[in-house]
Design a protein. Structure first.
Lengths: 197, 503
């Protein structure tokens, strides 16, 4: 039997979920209208600057902006109408829909957030510390976040992936990956490239 | 007939020619499957070496690379949701969902067969009618017609894979807005660059495509993996049945026609061909709602169309000296390196060369069928790699692929931002197919629009003076109306069903 605390928690969660569901169409419409509004304001930066096309460089983007605003309003009207008893039109969302099960605990949420943040940190570091030193750590972190715990994979498989990428893209295709600008890292990358070559 | 024999002897009886043919076939397939590193990259690497080859060998090599690289990108699109190039992006719309359903073998088999059919049909058409088709197409299709073609393509884009029609509309128009970042096509006015020189150069398709497909997929699967709800895809090595293909004969024929005509038009090529092929499959289907969920027709249509475009792209190059894309432009370069100018006189002065190229392209398409069959039985086993080991490989391939296009880290940032935005949009039922279509067609659409309007004295009504424009616009309007009515009826039926259940 559920405790009163659990019941109260469930009711609170249901209320919060209901409020979120109620607000969602308005939030979605607000996001789209904001994008349209900001894009429209910035379109004045290039208004009247096109000397070749009579309707100006702003004509095409503004058509797209108006179309976004129109779509956002229509979507909002549709979602409000749905609440009055009609079903959503059109097909179900594609495989794109993200079915991720029940609400997650704090640790899972932190891991999910880390999967989004770690590539951004990697990208921030890439021009500074260089591709050659940063990449094995990034590969290891991603593997760890997705559940790899065995050291042989975290080091061995990691280095295998790294070596294949290095051979294909650096040795064969000569893709000039960033070597880093921070003192020490740049020197390491150059030394490493000399060794590889 | 003698021309055909001449071509065959040039490819298969000459050991050097045959060696180059095999090298280009395998090389194109491998490079085509690497995101960001397309057949164009291989062609660019090899361009300096063509100076030491005969003209026929050089042009044949580029032509075979073109054919095999367009097919190669389908494999990674189907198995990992990473299109090797923009040409293969629509293949991922249904190919990857098929993989998730354990039908990877069927999807790859379908891609192999349809690529071979599309490419072979296009090569045959190229052999028999290069000169008249080139002359007609270049005269009949000016910027107004290309713009009308883009509008026609956009008219169905929103209905693919979105939860509602308006979410599809928003996905497409958002894509159109993204495509305006960078220099305007007419006066090169910087737009939405926020003072950044890199943004002034525009947003790269490849970065957007890798972000929307590969990165967002890693996030989605990663999310499921971390939450413990991920089900790994089953491995299927079954080839599609003959009857399944017979059922799709109309779709294949339609895609051949679409791909062929899109391929002839300069600057349009295989990418638009693939998207239009997919769009028309949706438009004409009795079950458009199944597209995006893993239907065989969704793989067959774009793959037939993009390969049909390869032979067609050679027509304006050989008959008129007009290259339609990067690879055909390199071929033009190779012609010039050898002191030849492609054009109508080429068929008189270098007939043997032309037929070696024709036969090489035809044979490359047949070889795809054989190699593809072997590939279907083998590459699907890559799916056995556990996701935690596959995910960093996909992310690294995508990172290097986005970076390698212009050697710019900004493109990698764009890719990751696109990946995060796509993850959120997918979560809310927006269409990734629509978004990518908006970006790709937006660019082509605006460029043709700004060229078309001065031709028509800035009078929009004059579009309707041009028969092809009128047909395409009317078809687009009809398509939107039919789609809207179908959706309205569907929603009304659902509402009545709800009332019956409640009552």
């Amino acid at each position: 039997m559920a405790s009163p605390d659990t019941d109260e928690h469930s009711v609170n969660q249901a209320n919060a979920g209901g409020t979120a569901a109620f607000l969602r169409p308005f939030v979605e419409a607000a996001v789209w209208l904001s994008i349209a509004g900001i894009a429209w304001i910035y379109s004045y930066d290039f208004t009247g600057k096109d000397m070749l096309f009579l309707w100006g460089a702003e004509a095409w983007p503004r058509v797209a902006i108006v179309a976004i605003a129109f779509g956002a309003v229509m979507q909002l009207i549709l979602q409000i109408r749905q609440r009055k008893g009609t079903r959503p039109e059109g097909p179900e969302p594609d495989t794109a829909s993200v079915e991720t099960g029940a609400p997650h605990g704090m640790m899972t949420r932190i891991k999910i957030a880390a999967t989004f943040v770690s590539p951004l940190i990697y990208l921030y570091l890439l021009p500074r510390t260089g591709y050659y030193l940063t990449t094995p750590f990034f590969i290891g972190i991603i593997m760890y976040l997705f559940g790899v715990r065995k050291l042989k994979h975290l080091i061995g498989t990691n280095l295998c992936i790294y070596a294949v990428l290095l051979i294909v893209f650096t040795k064969v295709l000569f893709v000039p990956m960033p070597t880093g600008v921070w003192p020490g890292f740049y020197d390491f990358s150059n030394w490493f490239l000399t060794v590889v070559e | 007939m003698s021309d055909l024999l001449l071509g065959f002897s040039g490819v298969f009886l000459d050991p050097v020619g045959f060696g180059i043919f095999v090298f280009a076939l395998v090389g194109g397939m491998i490079f085509g499957s690497l995101p960001g590193i397309s057949g164009v990259t291989l062609a660019a690497i090899l361009l300096p070496f063509t100076a030491g080859m005969s003209t026929a060998h050089a042009i044949m090599m580029f032509a075979v690379i073109y054919v095999s690289s367009v097919y190669g990108g389908a494999i990674t699109a189907i198995l990992f949701n990473i299109p090797g190039s923009p040409n293969n992006a629509p293949t991922a719309f249904d190919g990857y969902p098929m993989t998730l359903k354990g039908e990877s073998g069927r999807a790859i088999g379908a891609a192999v067969i349809s690529s071979a059919i599309g490419g072979t049909a296009s090569a045959v058409l190229m052999m028999v009618a290069t000169e008249p088709i080139a002359a007609w197409a270049v005269k009949a299709f000016g910027p107004p017609e290309i713009f009308a073609l883009v509008v026609f393509g956009l008219s169905v884009a929103g209905s693919v894979g979105a939860k509602t029609v308006w979410k599809g509309w928003l996905s497409v128009t958002f894509g159109l807005l993204i495509a305006t970042i960078g220099l305007s096509p007419a006066g090169s006015v910087p737009r939405y660059d926020f003072g950044s020189m890199y943004l002034m150069g525009g947003i790269q398709f490849v970065a957007i495509i890798l972000g929307v497909f590969a990165v967002s997929e890693v996030f989605v699967q990663g999310h499921k993996s971390v939450a413990g709800v991920r089900i790994p895809p089953k491995i299927g090595i079954d080839f599609p049945k003959f009857q399944e293909f017979m059922a799709l004969k109309i779709a294949i024929l339609r895609s051949i026609v679409i791909g062929f005509f899109a391929g002839i038009l300069p600057g349009i090529g295989a990418t638009l061909a693939a998207f239009l092929g997919y769009n028309e499959a949706v438009r004409w289907s009795r079950h458009p709602e199944k597209f995006g969920t893993g239907t065989l027709e969704g793989v067959v249509s774009p793959e037939t169309a993009n390969n049909a475009a390869t032979g067609a792209a050679m027509i304006p190059l050989l008959a008129l000296g007009i290259p339609g894309g990067a690879l055909t432009a390199m071929m033009l370069g190779a012609f010039q390196m050898h002191g030849l100018d492609p054009g109508p006189s080429l068929f008189d002065t270098s007939r043997d060369l032309v037929w070696v190229v024709f036969v090489a392209m035809f044979s490359a398409n047949l070889c795809i069928l054989l190699l593809g069959y072997l590939e279907t039985k083998t590459v699907v086993h890559l799916l056995r790699i556990p996701f935690p080991l596959l995910a960093p490989t996909i992310l690294m391939l995508a990172t290097i692929g986005a970076y390698a296009v212009r050697n710019l880290l900004l493109d990698v940032w764009v890719m990751y931002v696109a990946g995060i935005v796509a993850y959120i949009l997918r979560h809310h039922g927006y269409s990734m197919a629509g978004l990518v279509l908006g970006v790709i067609l937006g660019d082509i659409g605006e460029a043709s629009f700004v060229k078309a309007m001065p031709i028509m004295d800035y009078d929009l009504a004059r579009f309707f003076d041009r028969p092809i424009c009128m047909i395409l616009f009317s078809a687009a309007i009809l398509s939107i109306v039919v789609n809207a009515v179908q959706n309205w009826l569907r929603s009304r039926r659902a509402m009545l069903a709800d009332r019956l259940e409640a009552g």
